[in-house]
Write a protein that binds this ligand. Structure first.
Ligand SMILES: *Cc1c(COP(=O)(O)O)cnc(C)c1O
Length: 404
């Protein structure tokens, strides 16, 4: 995805063509980028021969899941809906792990019936609930326990999950007690230790700290885990500074760690696979001038892309077609929704925009469409996949009549 003669292209397709033909706001993904991300991820961790379970919550588009599956990836799901979607995409149950703090009885039964690889549990109550259900079904169920390693991921506080004040995982002391408990259970089979310390992690150091904690806890537990599920969280370059997680360094740290343990590694990447494969195409509906800044009122809003409003996340915005004219004003890119948090970016460096111009919001492939809603009764945007010179609608724009 780049400019050719000042026009933005997605592979061989001029983005303007898509915007005009299919309307805005639209999510637009590059197949090559997706393929490269998957191959690059695999290459960096090749020596570990891990099971890579794509975190479906980052982007549950069925067509994309089918493409991801073709590269041999499994799925990390956090609800029955995601589990059904992953199975529908053809992902084998033995490549699916189920995470999340509040799985219901319905969800647990469904997961047991589908014979997925692992249910990763997050509390003593949940472990006892699964035991009760599997007993009633006369089964023995493979589970993991998610450890809360009390490790600071050094990321946005809203997407940090591995500290003791977070609701996720089980602390060391309880973890060790539960290992003993499960050893004596007829209906539970402990197979996995899982962790996931947060998202958009840009430095390998927090991961190294996390591995140290695992080392200590595994030693104390005196238990041989068949799987060690290290979660996801690998960060991407949102601000164009080229700062992203060095997967190779992380891989080296894991390699050292795994030498002492005869376990298979599982990863659950979401953002690092799909985040930078997608852009949002949007149109400038109005420019509202004020003394300090101009409000660039887009046709995309927080219901289409929630991350800025939810996490104060920053996504770069680019013009669809570059000109040499600089704007003298500060621009604030906003949506039309009746919330003051419905804004995307403030900038004093942008080319001069006119009403009806198109812009691009970058790196929206992960937690973009999946976090979208119908707030303000707005139909969901379309999703489009570009592969070379081919354009495919992989999710249609919602129709107003379906909403009303
Ligand atoms: C969200 C989540 C992931 C994926 O995180 P990314 O930052 O998108 O890689 C993986 N595992 C669990 C348990 C999660 O909740």
């Amino acid at each position: 995805m780049k400019y050719r003669n000042n026009n933005f292209f997605i592979e061989n397709i001029k983005a303007e063509k898509i915007a005009k033909k299919y309307g805005t706001p639209s999510y637009c993904y590059s197949y090559s980028k997706l393929k490269n991300n998957i191959l690059n991820f695999k290459k960096n961790f090749k020596i570990l021969n891990p099971l890579i379970c794509f975190a479906v919550k980052s982007n549950p588009n069925l067509y994309l899941l089918k493409e991801i599956k073709k590269f041999g990836l499994g799925a990390d799901v956090v609800s029955i809906g995601e589990l059904m979607r992953a199975l529908k995409a053809g992902i084998k149950p033995k490549k699916i792990v189920f995470s999340g703090v509040g799985k219901t009885e319905e969800e647990i039964r469904y997961a047991i019936n589908k014979k997925i690889l692992l249910i990763n549990t997050e509390s003593e109550s949940e472990i006892k609930e699964i035991e009760k259900i599997s007993k009633s079904m006369s089964k023995t169920i493979d589970i993991g326990i998610r450890l809360n390693p009390n490790t600071d991921a050094k990321t946005l506080s809203q997407i940090s999950t591995g500290k003791k004040e977070n609701k996720f995982g089980i602390d060391e002391k309880q973890f060790l007690n539960l290992v003993k408990y499960i050893k004596n259970s007829k209906n539970l089979n402990l197979k996995c230790l899982s962790v996931h310390i947060g998202s958009q992690i840009l430095n390998h150091k927090p991961y190294e700290k996390m591995l140290k904690v695992l080392e200590r806890v595994i030693k104390k537990s005196n238990f041989q885990f068949e799987f060690i599920d290290l979660g996801g969280g690998m960060g991407i370059d949102y601000d164009g500074s080229n700062q992203k997680l060095n997967l190779k360094k992380y891989s080296n740290a894991i390699q050292k760690f795994i030498k002492n343990h005869n376990s298979k590694i599982i990863f659950e990447p979401g953002r690092s696979i799909i985040g930078d494969t997608g852009i949002m195409l949007s149109k400038v509906n109005y420019i509202k001038k004020s003394s300090r800044k101009d409000f660039i009122i887009l046709d995309a809003a927080m219901n289409d892309l929630m991350r800025p409003a939810l996490y104060n996340a920053k996504h770069r915005i680019l013009p669809l077609n570059k000109t040499k004219q600089k704007s003298k004003k500060n621009y604030e890119f906003v949506g039309p929704i009746c919330e003051s948090t419905d804004k995307f970016l403030n900038t004093n460096k942008f080319q001069k925009l006119n009403e009806k111009d198109y812009i691009i919001i970058c790196d929206v492939g992960a937690y973009g469409m999946s976090l979208s809603s119908n707030y303000n009764m707005r139909p969901k945007a379309s999703e489009i996949l570009v592969n070379g010179s081919k354009i495919k609608i992989i999710s249609k724009r919602q129709k107003l009549k379906d909403l009303i």
